[in-house]
Design a protein around this ligand. Structure first.
Ligand code: AMP
Length: 619
């Protein structure tokens, strides 16, 4: 493999075009850039504010509204107002099932392992589409403020995001019309904002403590030769400043001897109390006493009482820090720097506890709400080649992946991955008794394999005959430092294995790489739309197939009427499939699912229910 400079590898074709850094947050999102004075700066579009609330509202016509305007609908139209979509990104229903109460909108359970969808009006949206709406708003604000087109971005994600969540973030960017040059870990971006890691000779271990409104995480990073590595992460995705507010509300309820049951019915008053609690909490970051009233309710709080109220929650975060250190096999003394991220680290007690735990003052000079976006802008600037300390890395210039259902490209090693690298994913069969699986390896950025470059194809033979969905086939890609890709497929239940070596760069000129990258940007929107249709179709076809087989096998558990109604639903789904209309397919699939769910529970056939699960490769 040739040494490729970051610029070519990232497809940056026009040097002068701006690249922004985006912090796509659970509660708020921000976009930043490097200003003409060479300093990172968060974009404030005509006084609309720096933070864009990560909230999307759909009106009756299905038009999206994003940010502060959308936030107003959280109370008046909660069912069509989506918040915290980041929690759903790249997640299956199973992943989020325990937290349904947290969401006021409808999350669709399609009873298999595929990704969740959200219903608003009579349309179905994926978290990717919803995140894309937020990104579109950020892009528009940046373009308006900077008076230049913005087509390229670096987007940050939590260090604990898995492959699927990162891919979903990338897709959201593409759908918003952004070429996502890199997905960067939030703690890495925060460290960069403090200049950590910019000196290639620096070797450091950093702890990044991130306490936001609703989530907490801590990451231990090591930087060596300008390369960041996440050694460990820990945290709680349901712990944050909102918990502090709730503790204050409870305290006031007790102090004022309010009737909690009656209050629970009065959402207006509860909301006012919560807002007042947040106000008190923020005030206590710079003063010792808060003393106000809501009607005849005394909302008084002193700093010491506040600290007692939140002590247990803060202790919980320090336990996570302890765990993260243990996982990275480091002691507190081996941490060189501590970085604070997230609005809740403004609370002096939090800051003091973190300082005490790590035995050193943390970096807290940069606004903790902005630090990640600012770091992302620095990373973007490095990628744009505007820094003298630009890194030359061996990176893979194009994504590598395999063909899955419907001719879709499933990326296993994304472009820009540093080599050597390895990655893998698990697949299953889509047909009962399938004994062979064809594995086709492709290279490129387009969603459809037919638009990408085919590298190789082989059959994994001798899979023992099992019901669809039962075999577990691990496909592993290993790209070594010489650019040789080894693809290995192994069926885990039987141990059947097959392996080939490929040289992805063979016959690939820089011009071809560049053309493939330009094509991927030009076609991004249609590609993602097409992919969503194909995914809906595969899912619909699989469901119709499973439901038909279910009736065949277990008809005796159902009444004749139930069988005939099921068939009607299957027929409706098939008609939708024939029309190839994504929302229609999802709607009919949802209806079929809802209708048949009680039957599946009735039969409790383990083999069949597991056959309903899993991602599958055609053929
Ligand atoms: P983030 O998710 O990082 O935007 O953090 C938002 C959280 O930070 C919310 O719970 C806010 O109430 C909290 N926050 C914002 N400003 C302050 C402050 N001055 N003192 C304490 N907490 C704050």
């Amino acid at each position: 493999m040739a040494k490729i400079s970051i610029n070519l590898a990232t497809g940056s074709l026009q040097q002068e075009e701006i690249i922004v850094g985006i912090d796509l947050g659970t509660t708020n999102s921000l976009v930043a850039f490097i200003n003409p004075d060479k300093n990172p700066q968060v974009i404030n579009d005509t006084g609309k504010g720096l933070l864009v609330p990560s909230v999307v509202h759909f009106n009756a016509k299905g038009d999206a509204l994003v940010g502060n305007e959308a936030k107003d609908f959280l109370i008046t139209d909660p069912a069509n107002t989506i918040f915290s979509v980041k929690r759903l990104l790249g997640r299956s229903y199973k992943d989020v099932a325990g937290h349904q109460d947290t969401f006021s909108y409808k999350i669709i359970d399609d009873e298999n392992d595929s990704l969740v969808k959200i219903k608003a009006g009579d349309k179905f949206y994926t978290p990717i589409e919803l995140s894309a709406e937020i990104l579109k708003e950020l892009k528009a604000r940046a373009e308006h403020a900077l008076k230049t087109p913005v087509n390229r971005a670096v987007i940050t994600v939590p260090a604990y995001f898995n492959d699927s969540q990162r891919q979903a973030t990338r897709d959201a960017g593409r759908l918003a019309g952004l070429d996502v040059l890199r997905i960067v870990n939030e703690p890495t971006a925060a460290s960069l904002a403090y200049g950590l890691g910019l000196d290639p000779n620096q070797q450091k271990t950093i702890a990044v403590y991130d306490l936001g409104g609703g989530t907490f995480d801590v990451s231990i990073l090591s930087i060596q030769n300008g390369i960041f590595e996440v050694l460990s992460t820990n945290g709680n995705t349901f712990l944050g400043g909102d918990d502090f507010d709730r503790s204050i509300v409870h305290y006031w309820i007790e102090k004022n001897k309010l009737d909690a049951a009656a209050l629970a019915q009065d959402s207006g008053l509860m909301q006012s109390l919560r807002l007042k609690a947040e106000e008190a909490k923020k005030a206590l970051s710079s003063q010792n006493l808060f003393n106000e009233q809501i009607g005849d309710i005394w909302c008084t709080l002193d700093k010491q009482t506040f600290e007692e109220l939140i002590a247990a929650k803060v202790a919980e975060t320090l336990n996570s820090c302890k765990q993260a250190l243990a996982d990275s096999k480091l002691t507190v003394a081996e941490i060189d720097e501590v970085v604070l991220v997230g609005g809740s680290t403004r609370t002096p007690y939090v800051k003091a506890q973190v300082a005490e735990f790590f035995g050193r003052p943390p970096h807290d000079q940069i606004n903790p709400d902005e630090v990640v976006a600012l770091g992302a802008a620095i990373q973007a600037d490095i990628l744009a080649g505007n820094r003298s300390d630009i890194l030359l890395l061996d990176v893979t210039p194009l994504s590598l992946g395999i063909e899955t259902m419907g001719g879709l490209m499933d990326v296993i090693i994304p472009r820009n991955a540093k080599v050597p690298t390895k990655a893998g994913r698990q697949y299953t069969t889509s047909i009962d008794g399938q004994v062979n699986m064809k594995i086709s390896v492709f290279q490129g950025e387009r969603d459809l394999v037919q638009e990408n470059r085919k590298l190789a194809e082989f059959d994994l033979k001798g899979i023992p005959a099992m019901p669809a969905g039962l075999p577990k086939v691990d496909i592993n890609f290993m790209l070594n430092a010489d650019g040789i890709l080894t693809v290995q497929a192994i069926e885990l239940r039987s141990g059947v294995k097959q392996e080939i070596d490929i040289t992805p760069s063979y016959g690939l000129t820089d011009d071809t790489v560049e053309k493939m990258l330009i094509d991927s940007i030009t076609h991004a929107k249609s590609d993602v739309a097409q992919r969503m249709l194909i995914e809906a179709r595969s899912e619909g076809e699989q469901l119709a197939y499973t439901a038909e087989r279910f009736i065949e096998k277990h008809g005796s558990f159902l009444t004749p009427e139930e069988i005939s109604d099921t068939k009607t639903h299957i027929e409706a789904l098939k008609q939708a499939l024939a029309k190839a209309e994504k929302d229609e397919i999802l709607k009919k699939a949802d209806e079929l699912n809802e209708f048949t769910r009680p039957f599946a529970e009735r039969v409790m056939d383990v083999a069949v229910s597991s056959a309903m699960k899993g991602k599958s490769i055609d053929k």
